[in-house]
Design a protein around this ligand. Structure first.
Ligand code: HEM
Length: 88
């Protein structure tokens, strides 16, 4: 492999690492990333187990606010309907 090919491959590695950046990338990447993603997956799973139905109560389509991370600009209004198996 010549020097130019090597540089191109290194450049591609960096581009791929920075493709998904809610947790940053490179030397300052979030050390809690896997924990946070596991916690989020667990929380969403528990919500879906508990509620039969979730209805959107937003009066207008959601607008996003770009800050360090993307977030809903006006919160999120939902109704949760508990499933029968979780009521007991
Ligand atoms: C949704 C949840 C989370 C998001 C979006 C997030 C995001 C980030 C980001 C963007 C950075 C880089 C900051 C920088 O470049 O200076 C960071 C760093 C860090 N995060 Fe998280 N984080 C989350 C959860 C967590 C959790 C659960 C932990 C610990 C259990 C954690 C521990 C850390 C630590 C220690 C650093 C500093 C890493 C370093 O500078 O070497 N984070 N996080």
């Amino acid at each position: 492999m010549d020097v130019r090919e090597h540089r191109l491959l290194c450049h591609l590695d960096v581009l791929i690492a920075f493709r998904y950046i809610p947790f940053n990338a490179g030397p300052r990447i979030c050390v809690g990333q896997q924990f946070a993603l596991t916690e989020m997956a667990y929380t969403v799973t528990r919500i879906l187990q508990r509620y039969d139905r979730i209805e959107n109560r937003m009066k207008a389509p959601a607008v996003f606010k770009a800050d360090i991370v993307l977030q809903p600009a006006d919160g999120v209004q939902l109704s949760f309907f508990q499933s029968h198996s979780e009521k007991a």
